[in-house]
Design a protein around this ligand. Structure first.
Ligand code: PMV
Length: 317
């Protein structure tokens, strides 16, 4: 029997991180230069029902039943068994590798779960539909992030640009003109749950002030959707700068992120902002294919530990 393979891309949030938790809209796109791969081999030499998990990136080689049931890899596999009502699976070896940086705002956790759900369900002969994969990944996110908005599992499952409002059916975005993003990593890990709790605490101190800031981010995000759908890239860049100023105001930027944002703008980016949880992790800059290498170089000189140039392509239909 050949190996089963499944993969899931990374993602970046273009607009609306954090406020999406509070039912404001957000825009996110997949990043296919980084991905999680999950492969499955039948466990011909394993005892019946035994599931072996190999995740060399985190030095993990363990049997499923020896793994803490709350571990995200265990939750991902067991969610599929539950969904497919599998009491005793055939023996198999699940191997997971990833090039998505961890705790860096690029959706690594959701991508791992999604790749696993696809690989395991295919191996069991019942590949799960996207909506179910997205829901199962959301359940794992809930355990680890407390109060996830659902944007990560959505954009990574569908692997297309999305306009997302919590508890509403996600809309696929119509990208009118291609645009180039340069992604720069501060190299500082920033757990999403911590950053989300920080915003919650500040919101509790000043609900009126924070609600007003959230509404301003929502306006910027709606305008950004229009800029993407009409191909108005100068406006898109300005809106990224506007979102960054508001993210700073809600306290999720950092000295390192600000340095990278300034370096990108100085090297000709049309706009730049943090992406994801903030307080570390990654930032994004809007560039053109011509300016992107210079922006990436400037980011590296300003301390980025890694840069990725990613093209967002126009929608097919
Ligand atoms: O850091 P990431 O990639 O997990 O992004 C988190 C995005 C937040 O809006 C901060 C949280 C959420 O659940 O949407």
């Amino acid at each position: 029997m050949p190996a089963i393979l499944a993969s899931a891309p990374g993602k970046v949030i273009l607009f609306g991180e954090h406020t999406v938790v509070y039912h404001r809209p957000a825009v996110a796109v997949p990043v296919t230069q980084v991905k999680v791969k999950a492969s499955i081999l039948p466990g011909i030499n394993l005892p019946p029902g035994k599931v072996q998990i190999e995740a060399p990136d985190i030095d993990l080689s363990v049997a499923l039943d020896e793994l803490d049931p709350g571990h995200p890899l265990s939750l991902a596999v067991r969610n599929v068994f539950r969904e497919l009502s599998i009491a005793r699976p055939p023996a198999f070896i699940l191997r997971i590798t990833s090039t998505i940086p961890i705790a860096a705002g690029m959706g690594s956790g959701a991508a791992v779960t999604i790749a696993i759900c696809r690989a395991v369900s295919s191996f069991l002969g019942s590949p799960l539909p996207d909506a179910v994969v997205s829901r199962l990944a959301y359940e794992v996110e809930q355990v680890y992030h407390g109060n996830p908005s659902g944007i990560d599992n959505t954009v990574i499952t569908y692997a297309q640009p999305v306009y997302y409002v919590r508890d509403q059916t996600p809309e696929l975005l119509k990208v009118r003109r291609p645009f180039t993003l340069v992604i720069g990593d501060t190299g500082i890990q920033s757990p999403t749950g911590l950053a989300v709790r920080g915003v919650r605490e500040r919101w509790e101190q000043d609900p009126g002030g924070y609600e007003a800031l959230f509404d301003r981010i929502a306006t910027v995000t709606r305008q950004a959707r229009q800029a993407i759908e009409t191909g108005d890239l100068p406006a898109l860049g300005r809106l990224m700068d506007g979102n960054q100023a508001l993210l700073q105001a809600i306290g999720v930027s950092s000295v390192e992120l600000e340095a990278l944002v300034a370096a990108a703008r100085g090297a000709g980016a049309q706009g730049a902002k943090l992406t994801g949880a903030g307080a570390g992790g990654n930032m994004i800059a809007l560039a053109s294919p011509e300016t992107a290498p210079a922006v990436a170089q400037a980011l590296e000189r300003a301390g980025a530990t890694r840069t990725i140039i990613s093209q967002v392509e126009p929608s097919k239909s």
